[in-house]
Design a protein around this ligand. Sequence first.
Ligand code: SF4
Ligand code: SF4
Length: 158
Amino acid sequence: MLKMFIESLKNLFSEPATLPGFGTEPPKGYRGLIVYNKEKCIFCTKCELVCPAGAIRFIYPEDGSRNLEYKYNPYLCIYCGECVRECPKEGALIQTDKMPEPATKEDNPNETWFEIEKLAEESKKKWQLALAKKRQEALKKAQQAKQGKKEDNQDKKN
Ligand code: SF4
Ligand code: SF4
């Protein structure tokens, strides 16, 4: 009993066993959330391709342009940094030491993400069709212009 009392007194006046502030400051070299900068992005989608967790998806625009919309799931991300390493544009993706906000059951981030994944797949298919159409039209225009030039030259000769 006396031993226990002495031990309690010692604990009362000693330093905490845990490190002060532990859990609030990330350790050196800690890897966390990915931050995207659209201004620097060239929409090569390399980050989406290399992501092992499928935490990056792009939504494609209907007009076949390269104005892709970046989507990121911080709850799927494993903070490996592969996307940052593969990104050809410095500053388009940055790895921070931040953690995601805690999500509740009501937030249901996974359900939302399933919808985004579906949209990403569908929009990519539509985008590919729109792009093929755009290219065909451009080719047709170029061929018409070439034909028109040929006819002009023929007229000049005659
Ligand atoms: S850090 Fe890794 S898991 Fe997270 S988005 Fe980048 S590639 Fe994907
Ligand atoms: S790898 Fe970089 S430049 Fe390419 S789409 Fe991703 S963020 Fe943009």
